[in-house]
Design a protein around this ligand. Structure first.
Ligand code: HEM
Length: 486
């Protein structure tokens, strides 16, 4: 009887009982369709789980994943609507395992991230350090400097001594972590980069697994690496407090204690803790951890995809080189040095490359929980269910993106704001839009700018690209790079 009820759920009582749940199958009791969810695609195609069910049931269907009742949507209008319903019809919801990893299950961050005012204020603190104003200031130049140093390092690994070459995604991840942890909390991440990599090894499976803290499970492995990183971050917080106290009494705002008045996010959060009573130390360490986590997979994956496609499309690479060399040429005549915000904003083709890589990268899903019954096309999604918005499927819609699997940056010339609002959601939407969106785009543009103007690269080998359901690069994408003037 229980198994039957699991497989044939009914809408909640009340006015919605006459409505139907969306079509779909709940799979096996408890396990649901979790295993099918992981079935891989052979290419950049939408994973089979989504492709097959969308063909059978339409763009909105029900299923069960990791013990949760879920409605999966690749309907752009419905997705857009849901992302605007934060706090009204839906709330932020992470799967139990993911919530535990990013501190949303037990810490004060959980309430904060769900309480609109605190969420807004925390997000503002982060945005103040990586948002447009910072980018317009010194941040773009700082990125350029860092990327230059990183690429020099890659180029320093001579072909004869290092025939295997540089693995792009891993090397990009190292670069992004170095830049971001320096910007966010003035710390060199060498010590925890390995733990982060270990964590991601088990992450995708750990994310959707049941949160069993038993040794030997993927979730347990994830948690072990997470703990090591959190310990390092906690040490940094304590050390920073000590140092700040040595300079001036803690009551002095951080701005006054820093040379030149420039503070990083950690200074800011320590100030917030004192003046607003929030976040506490645990909250700060989880927040910084979460931000590093948000950097570690996303930007490297998009960059690796972009490079890999440019490798296959020499004409597009040529166009990219031309645009970026043009920036250098005009800069030469005006005597400027270092990339400026204005120059960054003039990189139209470069941004098209990035948008196209973001589109094809997609993302596994944006998750919400319904706090009221949600009605859609005559169906009801009962209160307490999970809604998973699927950016990958939205980005592969052939009605919007002609020949969606092909890498075609030029398509972005014709895609206007209204089309992209609903059909291009790499950074989510509504109140929860990614706080690092502008930062990520700028970093990727700066990376491509420095790479194509000063270096050339050659593919050593590349694994098969597929989704499982996150984007994977098989055995990796290895390149050799050298300076153009060498
Ligand atoms: C290519 C790079 C990135 C992609 C594709 C990406 C994607 C996303 C998406 C889809 C969301 C929405 C999640 C949801 O609605 O539940 C999100 C939220 C978020 N992202 Fe990113 N992200 C990227 C880079 C970053 C970076 C570099 C940072 C930090 C420095 C960051 C910090 C965050 C934070 C804090 C949130 C939560 C916002 C909230 O709940 O209000 N992301 N990101």
């Amino acid at each position: 009887h229980w198994a039957y009820k699991w497989s044939n759920p009914k809408p909640t009582t009340g006015p919605s009982t006459s409505s139907q749940l969306p079509p779909g199958s709940m799979g096996w009791p408890l396990i649901g369709e979790t295993f099918q969810f992981f079935a891989r695609s052979d290419s950049l195609e939408v994973p089979p789980f989504l492709r097959e069910r969308t063909a059978k049931y339409g763009k909105i269907f029900k299923t069960s994943l990791a013990g949760r009742r879920v409605v999966v949507s690749s309907d752009p209008d419905f997705n857009h609507y849901i992302l605007q319903q934060e706090g009204k019809l839906v709330e932020l919801w992470y799967l139990d395992s993911f919530a535990e990893i990013i501190g949303q299950s037990t810490t004060s961050l959980k309430e904060a991230w769900n309480a609109q005012e605190l969420h807004k204020s925390l997000k503002k603190s982060v945005y103040d350090h990586i948002g447009v104003e910072r980018l317009k200031g010194k941040l773009v130049g700082r990125m350029e400097e860092m990327v230059g140093r990183t690429l020099d390092g890659w180029a320093g690994r001579a072909e004869a001594e290092d025939p295997g070459g540089v693995e792009v995604k891993r090397a990009c991840s190292k670069m992004v972590m170095e830049l971001s942890s320096n910007i966010l909390f003035g710390h060199d991440p060498t010590k925890f980069h390995q733990h982060l990599s270990d964590m991601f090894e088990s992450f995708t499976r750990g994310l959707l697994s049941f949160p069993l803290k038993i040794p030997g499970t993927t979730f347990h492995a994830c948690l072990q690496s997470q703990k090591k990183i959190l310990r390092i971050i906690t040490d940094v917080i304590e050390e920073r407090r000590r140092r700040l106290e040595e300079t001036a009494p803690l009551e002095t705002p951080a701005v006054g204690r820093r040379d030149g008045g420039e503070i990083d996010l950690l200074d800011q959060l320590i100030d917030d803790a004192r003046t607003k009573g929030f976040p506490d130390d645990k909250g700060i360490s989880y927040l910084i951890f979460g931000l590093l986590f948000a950097n570690a997979e996303t930007i490297p994956s998009v960059l690796t995809l972009a490079l890999s496609f440019l490798d296959d499309h020499p004409l597009l690479l040529h166009q990219l080189v031309k645009e970026n060399e043009e920036i250098l040429r005009s800069r030469g005549s005006t005597g400027g040095n270092g990339l400026t915000w204005k120059e960054y904003k003039s990189m139209n083709f470069t941004m098209n490359v990035i948008n196209e890589a973001l589109r094809l990268n997609g993302s596994v899903g944006i998750i919400r929980r319904t706090i009221e019954d949600v009605h859609i096309n005559g169906y009801v999604i009962p209160k307490g269910w999970t809604i998973a918005v699927m950016p990958t499927a939205v980005h592969m819609n052939p009605d919007v993106y002609q020949d969606p699997l092909s890498f075609n940056p030029s398509r972005w010339k014709d895609i206007g704001g209204s089309t992209s609002t609903k059909n291009f959601i790499p950074f989510g939407g509504g109140m929860r839009t990614c706080v690092g969106a502008e930062y990520s785009k700028a970093l990727m543009a700066v990376f491509l700018h420095v790479l194509v103007t000063k270096y050339r690269w050659k593919k050593v080998k590349r694994g098969r690209i597929y989704r499982a359901p996150t984007l994977q690069f098989g055995d990796g994408y290895f390149i050799h790079i050298s300076r153009k003037n060498d």
